[in-house]
Design a protein around this ligand. Structure first.
Ligand SMILES: Cc1cc2nc3c(=O)[nH]c(=O)nc-3n(C[C@H](O)[C@H](O)[C@H](O)COP(=O)(O)OP(=O)(O)OC[C@H]3O[C@@H](n4cnc5c(N)ncnc54)[C@H](O)[C@@H]3O)c2cc1C
Length: 427
């Protein structure tokens, strides 16, 4: 049983429409490599591709199936930047550092698109932009400020604010006060993107092993990863397990917290563009965010509703459908063809935790914005392995603090806080 089993991945729209992928064998016996990567999602795959690109021999160990973590289950929304806006980055780090960080996030987008292009990854990529709907009237003020800061300070002229009427012309939903549109965003089929990266890694010489959960790590000199049937000895390791890290590396565990989130895919719609006119990826400004987009075959893929308890709802489709119908009452009778869930890892600051313990590097905690950022993380970790740590140090410098109460108590305390904010959404 893996930590995210029971969340219906096998019934997801993404598995139903996955490109063919030849399974990788289980690790058996003792192997050595320059780099061992633990985790076969975007972070692990980008790390492996970048390390192989620098001439390292790489073995990647995946506990279950490649891409079956958050990377193959997510909303597929490509949202440029960090989970914190430009204005918040400036208040936290000052203008110069914020600009550097924002530039790195834009590089993440470019790197992602370059990989899709370079490796010919067929993943329904749409360069259609991302829209944040303003759920409260007061959102418009920060949205204006954000668009202005992006243009003036970050030299990013691609965001603008829409009036309530313009937002309504974009999305057929009532009750919104306007929107912030970022034409640099878009969407993709997340599992096919992950599988395409894995095929590219194979072509670059990376040895992939599925069904090979790392049970124990030694990090005193180099990194030794033990699975049930094998061992990999390496000069460097990359820990890329995100919300599924469990207690494999207790020093990191207190900085990230897994939260379950659920999605549904409707039947193909008769007129999908009547719902989302410009095919954008859309989310709203609520604390417990609703997010949705169209699939390539014209379904609504809708995500919303977090649960802070470990057990999934008995009926995932009914749980996620309720959130969809609250948002789009016109879908009260729509058929749901797929329903599934996944674990998102969040950090206290909603910025990722990137760093190293000896020769073990890690990157996790993208806080719901991890479709684009892992391309950057993988590149910067490989740079640091080969001795250029300047950009790695910048990312390590934004490490979030531990959750109050550490790994043991983070859930109950933080969950109380989250429930409070979720309640405020409803009020
Ligand atoms: C429901 C949902 C919706 C989301 N929507 C969006 C979105 O629309 N836009 C966006 O930008 N982000 C979104 N995210 C976040 C994004 O999906 C993640 O940030 C990103 O996929 C993290 O990639 P990763 O490779 O770090 O982790 P994962 O993809 O979770 O990969 C970690 C891998 O490590 C493996 N693993 C764990 N433990 C071990 C072990 N001991 N040994 C070996 N392998 C192990 C797991 O099996 C897993 O395959 C969403 C996440 C979820 C769950």
């Amino acid at each position: 049983m893996s930590f995210n089993s029971g969340l219906g991945m096998e019934r997801s729209y993404y598995v139903a429409t996955a490109n063919p992928f030849a399974p990788a064998s289980r690790l058996v016996g003792e192997l050595s490599a320059d780099v061992v990567v633990i985790g076969g999602g975007y972070t692990g795959l980008h790390s492996a591709l970048n390390a192989a690109g620098r001439g390292y021999s790489v073995i990647l160990l995946e506990a279950g199936r490649i891409g079956w973590g958050a990377s193959g289950r997510n909303g597929g929304q490509m949202i440029p930047g960090w989970r914190k806006g430009a204005g918040e980055l400036i208040s936290r780090y000052g203008q110069a550092q914020a600009k550097l960080l924002f530039g790195m996030a834009l590089e993440a987008r470019d790197l992602t698109l370059a990989r899709i292009e370079q490796h010919g990854i067929v993943c329904d990529y749409r360069a259609s932009g991302h829209l944040t709907l303003a759920a409260k009237g007061t959102d418009i003020a920060w949205m204006r400020e954000e668009a202005e800061t992006l243009a003036r300070v970050m030299d990013y002229p691609h965001a603008r604010v829409l009036s309530a009427e313009e937002a309504r012309a974009e999305v057929d939903a009532a009750g919104f006060h306007g929107a912030l549109v970022d034409s640099g965003g878009g969407h993709l089929h997340p599992l096919n993107y992950a599988l395409g990266l894995a095929d590219a890694a194979r072509s670059a010489g990376v040895m992939l092993h599925e069904e090979s959960r790392v049970l124990r790590l030694e990090t005193e000199r180099g990194v030794v990863a033990h699975t049930e049937n094998g061992v990999v000895r390496a000069r460097y390791g990359v820990l890329a397990c995100d919300a599924l890290l469990g207690d494999l590396e207790p020093r990191s565990a207190a900085r990230i917290m897994p939260v379950a989130n659920y999605l549904v895919a409707t039947e193909p719609l008769a007129d999908p563009r009547a719902l989302i006119a410009n095919d954008r990826a859309v989310s709203d400004s609520r604390f417990v965010v609703n997010y949705f987009r169209l699939s390539a075959d014209g379904r609504l893929i809708f995500g919303g509703g977090e649960r802070y308890t470990p057990a999934p709802p008995a009926d995932i489709a009914a749980f996620a459908r309720r959130h969809m119908v609250n948002f789009f009452p016109q879908f009260a009778d729509a058929r749901i063809d797929h329903a599934w869930g996944g674990l998102v890892s969040i950090s206290m600051t909603r910025l990722p935790h990137i760093g190293r313990v000896g020769d073990l590097f890690y990157a996790h905690g993208y806080s719901g914005q991890g479709v684009l950022l892992p391309a950057l993380a993988g590149k910067v970790l490989a740079e640091a392995m080969s001795g250029t740590a300047e950009r790695f140090d910048v990312l390590a410098g934004i490490a979030p603090p531990e959750f109050p109460g550490g790994a043991m108590l983070r859930s109950p305390l933080h969950v109380l806080g989250m429930i409070w904010y979720a309640l405020r959404d409803r009020l």
